[in-house]
Design a protein around this ligand. Sequence first.
Ligand SMILES: Nc1nc2c(ncn2[C@@H]2O[C@H](COP(=O)(O)OP(=O)(O)OP(=O)(O)O)[C@@H](O)[C@H]2O)c(=O)[nH]1
Ligand SMILES: [Mg+2]
Length: 681
Amino acid sequence: MDSLINKDFFPSGMTLDENRIFPVLVMSTMSSGKSTLINAIADREILPNRNEACTAKVYAILDEDENEHPYAISVDDKQRVRRIEGNLREKLDELNEREDTEKIFIGAQIREVINTGKILLLIDTPGMNNALDERHERITEDALQALNGGLVLYLINATQFGVRDDTRLLKILQNRLKQTGEALRVLFVINKVDELDPEKEPIEDFIPEVRSYLIQRGFPDPELIPISARAASLFRKALREEELSRAEYRDFLGYYENFGTKDLRLSSYKMGRQNAEFFRRLQVKGKEYRISELNAAIENTGITAIERYIQNAQIQSEERESFRIKLPGEQRREAEEREKEREDLFHLFMPLWTAKMRTIGIFGPRKYHAAIINMLLRDSLIPEDAWRTVCRSPGTFSSSSSLLGIAEELPHLELQGDPGLDGNYKLIDIDIDHKGQYKDHCRELDRTILGNYIKTHGYCRIRGYFPEPEELNLYWRIRSCDALVKQSQADSLPKLWEFLVDEKKEFRCTDPDLYVHVPLYVIDLSSFSDRDGDWQLELLLRRRKEWGKEGLERCIFVLDYCEKLGAEGSTLFKKMGEICRAFSQQLQIEHPILVPVSSAMSSRLWSVGSKEFEKVQEIAMECHDKNLECEKYALIDKAVRERMESDLSLYRRVKDLRVEIMAHTGAYVLETVLRLQMRKS
Ligand SMILES: Nc1nc2c(ncn2[C@@H]2O[C@H](COP(=O)(O)OP(=O)(O)OP(=O)(O)O)[C@@H](O)[C@H]2O)c(=O)[nH]1
Ligand SMILES: [Mg+2]
């Protein structure tokens, strides 16, 4: 079924999912105690109630389970909304009088009612008295028309039973029920029962009388509960330790006499489908008992309290969200805050590959970028040894430059890598589910087996399912793909991958940065100043020719193998200086982005489970001995550094030793820089 209340009951400026609302509308003739009853249920004096035509507008109280501080939102006749806080009682009295007020929404906790999938909306209406104000009838009728389902509490004033206005109002209710059918239920509440004179009009006579009156008016099986809303509201006020006025105190005493100590137990008179004959007498071993008396006795045994308790526990075990009325501005603000929070958390818990990213190309003279890729993937899935095995096995070795591509078929994630000067290898096809189990080709695959697979099968597709934030299919395809040249006309990268994988073809690749948005160039920092360094520079100069100066300036230079440097912190500092000089003198690049890392350490850390304290501690000691604090020496501009600092402080909130060391390996710095570069590209 659709929503129980029409959307147009709410002004357009207010966001409430009407499908989540369970409406309970209270209606009656004038001064029957509707507002008093609602105040008693809400356990606070929030609605205006007086002994004269009082409620003039529709009041709707939204039960916000977590909200201890009521607030209101007024809607005027032009559907403008305004939030009201502070002394609500006074302000609501004022709004009640104003001509242009149309409806008032109140957000307040109704303690004894627990919201489930639907949220209670208690609606107070103006009491009908045609002689006084015809508008009241129309307002009430409109509110009733908004209900497609839910519950109507129809109050019958015991002191004015059967007046003409009641007949009219019952007719209106009945017309609506004909339209809604079963979805809308009605409970008849006989109020002011305390005013009945027990001598002249005993309650057990009065209730059947009301019942037959309702049956005559076309309600064939009415459910009835007699109450005293005023007594309830005064007892609750006393419990809240609020000051009672003199009149209230007088009534309080009288009510207490009746309800507190003696035997006026109205709850035992509730008349529903099951106990319609509560006034009937039963025989137990020849002695007569009234059903209502037995009900009262049952109530007193405490069993019903347990039942209510069980019911509440059952309801509370359901998953519930808190609910609040929102106005447009607040909504926007909140959405922004939420987005910000989400983004922060995202940073904290999501590895880079789930971020919205573009193609990252990994370049550099070294063949073994596995550790760097593991670092970015926050995993150790790609076995370093496996790469070495593959690359070194004769016959699969090619002298051509080829491209290592790690791609995910979702459009926002691609990783490509250049394995260096040589390397012609493919990986296997494995499915991994989020529990780390490998399906399809190979079940309990460990990293060595993965290596062997790479050797024999020639290519690999690893598909992982990751549970958060939504299920992701992550595909990596790692294979030789010189094909990019031949297939550069191919309209989409995924198609190209498909082609390559299916054909198992090998092509030469001359333009590996074809699809790269953010180039990541890996330098071996530990050997940069010896002969190897000259060779590395030589390669960089070649890149400069291919990519131009801007190409290199776009690059993030990952200075790897920091763990191999000397233990003194100044060593890294000195090395950074050397690199900067070389960049400026030989490549004419003044402000390169330089991120020192230790991919080996980071990769090792990712391979250690977060619960393997001993291993983590071992790595921590090693980092400490090596004085490894890569994050301190990154050469990045000020804004990036600030972002990095705030990211790091966020990471450090998770007081986990692993996180702390991971920061020292430069992993998070690299992620931050990458994210910012990706946003720019
Ligand atoms: N004796 C007695 N008086 C009650 C009871 N409930 C409410 N009253 C009194 O009845 C008067 C009207 O109560 P309201 O709660 O304003 O009634 P209402 O139905 O909201 O009135 P309108 O909004 O004008 O239709 C007040 O003086 C209440 O104190 C009750 O259970 N017993
Ligand atoms: Mg009222």
